[in-house]
Design a protein around this ligand. Structure first.
Ligand code: DQA
Length: 138
């Protein structure tokens, strides 16, 4: 069984982007840890529609245990992404590198949490591995 990890906008800059918040490691480090425990497919896009297309494409497949999604700032703004998650059959785990609840108030609201299986936030790049574990263990 595969797990799809999806990263949204600006997460292609991990390692260079605001290292005080997101750390100085690239996504490759997180993916290495995930590859050790599951068969991982990875997709990143800065475009809302591309993220939705990917959810539609994989979301009814029997080959995946689920999807780990860091929607970046779209977490806080995108009803379209929430609708896409609600529409598909696979479970989606919402993950964040930072503890969004310890940050600006606008980041406390997630439009997608209510349609996700669960939420993991604040564990740095380990959040991705924890998300994968949540899907393959339960
Ligand atoms: C983030 C938190 C979001 O608020 C932010 O817009 C991101 C990254 C995180 O992983 O901590 O781009 O999802």
């Amino acid at each position: 069984m595969k797990v799809l990890i999806i990263n949204g906008p600006n997460l292609n800059l991990l390692g260079r982007r605001e290292p005080g918040i997101y750390g100085s490691q690239t996504m490759d480090a997180a993916l290495d840890a995930c590859h050790r425990i599951a068969d991982i497919e990875y997709f990143q896009s800065n475009h809302e529609g591309a993220l939705i297309d990917k959810l539609h494409q994989v979301g009814f497949s029997k080959d995946y245990a689920g999807i780990v999604l860091n929607a970046g700032a779209y977490t806080h703004t995108s009803l379209a992404l929430a609708d896409a998650i609600a529409a598909i059959e696979l479970p989606v785990v919402e993950v964040h590198i930072s503890n969004v609840h310890a940050r600006e108030e606008i980041r406390h609201r997630s439009l997608i949490s209510g349609v996700c299986r669960g939420v993991i936030a604040g564990f740095g790049l380990n959040s991705y591995r924890l998300g994968v574990e949540a899907l393959i263990c339960g």
